[in-house]
Design a protein around this ligand. Structure first.
Ligand code: FES
Ligand SMILES: [Fe+2]
Length: 430
């Protein structure tokens, strides 16, 4: 349970809010690179944490990100001409550069220095992992660009997708760190599929896990430990939470080289009642096979134009009561949609004063504690956590390992088990 003050602190991300100020101290995904396919092409409206912006691929191929409304009289720059590495408003021809400088005001006298006094909101951008990233915080505080594993891979090892979630970002993030729900919300009745999954899980038994968390400089690690078909072993999954809204969801060691790989999630606020959920499928060891990923996640049937889902609250997420009796626990066809449905039905901004947390909610409790600590530290003028982290070293791991080895050593054990598998995969490592 949270107080109203705490709930507001964690869920509100406008520019003047504590969480908004904290999140703006990190580089964050603004849109997919594929949304801006060509230089001088159509600008795209982008809304981030309540700020309305326009992204455009410049003449030189770089990406500009500026405030949506023209500094002259407020026309939308989504309609602007995209030329000469700048946007030119179609109302009266004012030209806005990528750094927010007003470069030309053709309606003023040539000698006027009027334009020198004007500045449009503008944010720096970088491209990596199939995404355009931006930094929206104070320029002197700009941190190094995060070298997450997927940001260091060539693009054939990464497949990034996004989908609209019609709720506050924190509900999605809490779901991403809640291992227990998998046994219910995502349960399949088809025992052959279940058996298949459990083989893929390295022999894990289908049972509620024991849960542990440990704080790290960037956030925390959540461990879920299940029994194993071999009683001397247990199945360990370690999921990192990385400030301000990242999780890295591991797939087990045997998945290496199948083209499925691990995926990372981010829940990036559009405003306080909507967010983009980014799914970053990546495999450091082999190129990603997009067809395999699409088969597992059904992206092509889930998504309509504009990265919105075809099923939504109005259609009760196309829940099918026959499917619910015969096929799966939820009656909702797809695991991504199951998560979105649940998070959206918690409300636009879930009011955590009314909840009742149990012992299985330990990762959710840790998440809120770490985020409240970070927000309050920033309010007291301390630096955000994790900015100098070696992001490439943050991994999610999942493996069956000896019950004698403490779960905190799962990463080292993962590497030990991985090495012989990689030995047969020459030339695939980047
Ligand atoms: S409103 Fe954009 S140039 Fe006038
Ligand atoms: Fe889920």
């Amino acid at each position: 349970m949270l107080t109203r003050e705490e709930n507001d602190l964690l869920t509100r991300t406008g520019a003047q809010t504590p969480m908004g100020k904290l999140a703006r101290r990190y580089w964050l995904p603004a849109l997919l690179s594929e949304e801006l396919p060509e230089p001088d092409g159509m600008p795209i409206r982008v809304q981030l944490m309540g700020e309305r912006l326009v992204a455009f691929r410049r003449t030189d191929g770089e990406v500009g990100l500026v405030g949506e409304f023209c500094p002259h009289r407020g026309a939308s720059l989504a309609l602007a001409r995209n030329e000469e590495n700048a946007l030119r408003c179609i109302y009266h021809g004012w030209q806005i550069g990528c750094d927010g400088a007003v470069l030309d005001t053709p309606t003023e006298k040539p000698a006027s220095n009027f334009k020198a006094r004007l500045r449009q909101v503008a944010y720096p951008t970088r491209e990596a992992g199939g995404m355009v990233w931006t930094y929206m915080g104070p320029p002197p505080d700009e941190p190094p660009f995060p070298r997450f594993a997927w940001n260091t891979l060539s693009l054939d090892h990464v497949y990034t997708v996004k989908i609209l979630q019609e709720s506050n970002f924190l509900q999605g993030l809490e779901g991403g760190l809640d291992p227990i729900h998998v046994q219910f919300l995502h349960r399949q009745f088809d025992t052959s599929r279940l058996a298949q999954r459990n083989v893929a899980l390295g022999g894990a038994l289908d049972m509620p896990p024991e849960l542990f968390t440990v704080d790290t400089p960037y956030g925390f690690q959540a461990a879920a430990i299940r029994g194993h078909a071999d009683p001397d072993r247990r199945y360990v999954r370690v999921t990192p939470f990385v400030m301000p809204w990242w999780t890295i969801v591991p797939f087990p060691v045997p998945e290496v080289g199948t083209g499925r790989g691990t995926h990372a999630h981010a829940w990036v606020p559009i405003d306080d009642e909507h967010c983009w959920v980014y799914y970053i499928h990546f495999d450091p060891y082999a190129p990603i096979d997009r067809a395999v990923v699409d088969r597992w996640f059904s992206w092509s049937t889930l998504l309509a134009d504009g990265y919105v889902k075809r099923a939504n609250a109005a259609s009760l997420y196309m829940q099918d009561r026959t499917m619910m009796r015969t096929t799966n626990y939820s009656g909702i066809a797809n695991a991504v949609l199951q998560d979105l449905a649940i998070n959206e039905t918690q409300g636009p901004i879930y009011d955590r004063r009314t909840e009742h947390l149990g012992t299985s909610d330990v990762a959710v409790i840790t998440l809120r504690r770490r985020m409240l600590q970070a927000v309050r530290a920033l309010m007291a003028s301390a630096d955000p956590i994790g900015l100098s982290t070696d992001y490439a070293s943050i991994r999610g791991v999942a493996l069956a390992m000896s019950a004698d080895i403490p779960w905190e050593q799962a990463e080292a054990e993962f590497d030990r088990q991985l090495e012989p598998r990689l030995a047969g995969m020459e030339n695939t490592r980047v």
